[in-house]
Design a protein around this ligand. Structure first.
Ligand code: 1PR
Length: 561
């Protein structure tokens, strides 16, 4: 078998390469149009936006050879955008023409009843469990989806795409095609290379079938009746590592209390006894911790370079090396944050935020998280009557890689005011402490102020203003930290998460303050957040990821195990 992978220069394609290496399959990258002639099997791990994919293929002279390859009847496996380019068009980029192998359109999810993009782990159900070849897909497994556009499954309205459907997935009230299968074409809307062991098995299973079998795959008959809706999207549990250089210059995972990461007292009885007061708290090595969290069942891993605002991130080669090494061991989505902004290297070379993000994507990151830079862009956006400059990090990265690749990280702090006298600009956003709430909240009111540079500087911007502006500028997801709760173990700031969640339509990740498994139940039940993240309790081994998932299930909250 001559297995080739197609890359059009955008997004994280390393993960598929890493998956194949782990599974022991050899492959070659398509570098020139003539390489298609040598390929006997082809995988296209499409990431990013539909329009950039088509344009990227055209610019490299690869679009027509790709069409010819598929028409020749040799086995093709398209992932995400690699499935969508088979269609005629996409609402994401109406000006771009797809391959039209499936003469139908890709549409946007409706966000009236749910957050869009659809991000997370969901199931894939066979159209016909008795006759469809499984192609390594298991109905009992969960697969990782991340997309705002999809091929909707509706045999009456879209009879042609229905003929190609192999499995479907429900999101909210919408049923869409999770995989297509016909003749030599197999495609998944989800990312098997990011779907943990279930995804690796699927890739392996496709590759282990003889090519002759993979060239003549039977299509499934469209359903006579639509199945009963069963949205299986799980709540995500994310392990986060705050990474910085310690005083010896080594990159370590650290953890602050309300963002202060230096040791205060030396406890001679603790495992950290060797660390002097004032030293950067060291909780382990980023790659080995990332790999442990993957093994324990983390749904995503997040690495935040918390001091990158001090220097040029692309000079920060160790961080890129960390991402590369983590991506070789972790087959769930990897988010990298810190320093995603326009920078100037010490040698005077300008680097755009888009270039910085591109380096991280090529190293194996799936999403970038933007903090301070997103605050500045939101301030500009509000000042310019809600008009984007088109040049901010959020806008440029979302345009090139798709909004699902852009996470905005918010670092708010509570500002307490006396509600009887407060007449400031944020009075409509005030949160009032419950009469039966904790002592420090009772009879008080507060608003949430945004900060930059890891909480070192406060800005005249509220969390609601920031969240809405980020969404409008193109963020695909929000990470809501809390400086007040960080490292305290008091539980997530439910008021904060609820406030943000009710003001945006994109998914929200709750962060800061988890002290026990039950806190995850509280945040999902009370706020509707799509994901929850913790750091300290996982690093110190106080609560395991499995324990959190078990607790969610005990409370009838869907989780991937
Ligand atoms: O501004 O784009 O360079 O991004 C910097 C990023 O680094 C931001 O996402 C910011 O949140 C993060 N950051 C900066 N300084 C600190 C610090 O701690 N001194 N860490 C910092 C923020 C918050 C979470 C933490 C949760 C959960 N840490 O990442 O993991 O609060 O912790 P817990 O479960 O232990 O309570 P830019």
């Amino acid at each position: 078998m001559a297995l080739y992978l197609l890359d059009y220069g955008a997004g994280n394609v390393q993960s598929l390469a890493n998956s194949l290496r782990k599974l022991g399959h050899e492959f070659t990258w398509i570098k020139a149009p003539s390489d298609f002639d040598k390929a006997t099997s082809l995988i296209f791990p499409g990431v990013g936006a539909f329009g950039s994919a088509i344009q990227g293929l055209k610019d490299r002279g690869l679009l027509e050879p790709l069409r010819e390859y598929i028409k020749s009847g040799r086995p093709y496996f398209g992932i995400c955008i690699g499935l969508q380019v088979l269609f005629e068009s996409s609402a994401e980029s109406p000006e771009s023409q797809g391959l039209a192998i499936i003469p139908a359109a890709i549409e946007r999810f409706d966000d009236l009843d749910k957050s869009v993009p659809h991000i997370g782990w969901n199931s894939a159900d066979f159209l016909d469990r008795d006759t469809s070849p499984d192609e390594g897909i298991q109905e009992s497994s969960f697969y990782y989806f991340v997309h705002s556009f999809c091929a909707k499954y509706d045999p009456k309205r879209n009879p042609i795409s229905a003929e190609w459907a192999h499995t479907t997935t429900q999101y909210g009230q919408e049923l869409f095609i999770a995989s297509v299968l016909k003749d030599n074409v197999f495609g998944t809307q989800f990312h098997p290379e990011k779907s943990g062991e279930a995804g690796l098995q699927l890739i392996d299973s496709w590759l282990r079938q003889p090519e002759a079998v993979r060239s003549r795959l039977p299509a499934s008959a469209p359903l006579a009746r639509l199945p009963r809706p069963r949205d299986n999207l799980t709540k995500r549990v994310i392990a986060c590592m705050d990474v910085r250089a310690n005083d010896q210059g080594d990159l370590v995972v650290t953890k602050g209390d309300q963002y202060d990461v230096r040791e205060k007292v030396v406890d001679s009885s603790s495992a950290l006894a060797t660390q002097a007061a004032g030293a950067v708290r060291n909780l382990g090595k980023p790659v080995s911790l990332a790999s442990q969290y993957y093994d324990q069942g983390a749904d995503e891993i997040c690495l935040l370079n918390i001091t990158s605002f001090r220097h040029s991130p692309l000079q920060d080669q160790p961080m890129l090396a960390v991402v590369r090494a983590a991506a070789e061991r972790v087959f769930v989505p990897l988010t990298i944050g810190g320093g995603i902004k326009d920078t100037i290297d010490p040698d005077g070379r300008k680097r755009s935020a888009l270039e910085v993000a591109g380096e991280y994507f090529r190293a194996g990151a799936d999403k970038v998280s933007i903090g301070s830079e997103a605050v500045y862009a939101s301030e500009e956006y509000i000042k310019n009557n809600r008009k984007g400059s088109g040049t901010s990090a959020i806008e440029t990265i979302a345009h090139a890689y798709g909004r699902q690749a852009v996470l905005v990280s918010i670092d708010p702090r509570r500002v307490y005011v006396d509600p009887s006298f407060y007449d400031g600009p944020f009075k409509d956003e005030l949160v009032f402490g419950a009469p039966d709430g904790p002592d420090d909240e009772r009879n008080k009111a507060w608003w949430y102020q945004c900060t930059v540079s890891g909480g070192r500087e406060s800005r005249n911007l509220s969390v609601v203003q920031f969240a809405k502006a980020s969404e409008e500028l193109g963020a695909g997801e929000l990470l809501i930290n809390s400086i007040d709760r960080d490292g305290t173990g008091r539980g997530f700031d439910l008021d904060l998460i609820r406030l943000v969640k009710s003001n945006v339509r994109i998914p929200v990740i709750a962060s800061s303050g988890a002290g026990k498994a039950r806190h995850f139940v509280d945040v999902f039940q009370a706020t509707g957040a799509e994901a929850a993240l913790a750091a300290g309790i996982f690093h110190r081994g106080e609560v395991g990821i499995g324990e959190v998932k078990d607790c969610l299930k005990e409370h009838a909250i869907s989780a991937r195990t």
